[in-house]
Design a protein around this ligand. Structure first.
Ligand SMILES: Nc1ncnc2c1ncn2[C@@H]1O[C@H](COP(=O)(O)OP(=O)(O)O)[C@@H](O)[C@H]1O
Ligand SMILES: [Mg+2]
Length: 255
């Protein structure tokens, strides 16, 4: 077994310090969804963010992924404080650093598999030929090189998610963010996707942050950050069983 290199402060790629997030309510006032969320992720980690539905996981992932900004605290990505960036600046950060994988694949239904994978390369200053070559390499990596002319609707759920992973990898990100990536798949296909993430993390050193509400999925990661009612209640290695996480919720409730 290979041992993970020692974590160094300069390898921190995600750093949240006291992050709060509130949404304005239609009838006025605010609803606070995240409270004082603080954690670091080092390069090469595979982290699961776990919590029940409505606990704030997606909100947290949107901030990590520069799709939204915090309303309090500080968020640094690759050492750069992006807490107060404009939407255009955030788009550049996303395109440069992050590959996204979503529960519902988010593929363009009317475009071929190859077109879908080429999409994030549009803004990279690559020629058409280079983009095609790169996209084909990525499809090969996920075992779908024979399906490049297919439309997403012609593929199974597991295959669609592999296309989405190929697209996420096309821009050569060091970080992949996956929000409930197996949520729309049966368990066999789901496990296949999770093993693939494990392999990307292990063989290519890609940092993975995966959101899930299921302990059996979180177990594929090396570390779990448990969120409950917008607060971190556990952050550490995968416990032997889920009761450790449930207990951490109970402790937080008593406070
Ligand atoms: N854009 C939004 N506006 C208002 N409330 C929101 C918004 N996004 C999420 N919320 C609220 O924040 C809470 C957490 O949501 P979310 O982060 O999606 O949870 P999870 O992904 O853990 O299910 C929920 O109560 C949800 O209704
Ligand atoms: Mg969610």
């Amino acid at each position: 077994m290979t041992r993970k290199p020692k974590q160094r402060p300069q390898d921190i790629i995600i750093s949240m310090a006291g992050v709060d997030k509130s949404f304005p309510l239609e009838m006025g006032g605010q609803q606070q969804v995240l409270f004082d969320v603080t954690f670091d992720v080092h390069a090469g980690e595979f982290v699961a963010i776990m919590g029940p539905s409505g606990s704030g996981k997606s909100t947290c992932m949107n901030i990590i992924g520069a799709l939204d900004t915090a309303t309090g605290g500080t968020y640094k990505l690759y050492g750069t404080d992006i807490t107060h960036m404009t939407a255009d600046e955030l788009a550049v950060v996303r395109n440069e650093h992050i590959g996204f994988v979503f529960q519902n694949f988010n593929l363009l239904a009317k475009r071929t598999v190859l077109d879908n994978v080429m999409l994030p390369l549009m803004y990279r200053g690559m020629s058409m030929g280079e983009r095609v070559t790169r996209a084909r390499e990525m499809l090969k990596r996920v075992g779908l090189e024979r399906f490049e002319t297919y439309l997403p609707t012609q593929l199974s759920g597991g295959m669609k998610q592999r296309v989405a992973i190929a697209r996420a990898l096309a821009g050569d990100p060091k970080l992949i963010l996956a929000d409930e990536p197996t949520g729309a798949l049966d368990s066999k296909m789901g496990n296949e996707i999770l093993r693939f993430f494990k392999q990307l993390n292990h063989d290519m050193g890609i940092t993975i942050v995966m959101i899930t509400h299921e302990f059996d999925i979180a177990r594929y990661a090396d570390r779990v950050i448990h969120i409950y009612d917008g607060r971190i209640t556990y952050d550490g290695p995968i416990p032997a069983n889920e009761s450790v996480l449930v207990k951490s919720e109970q402790k937080a409730r008593k406070k």
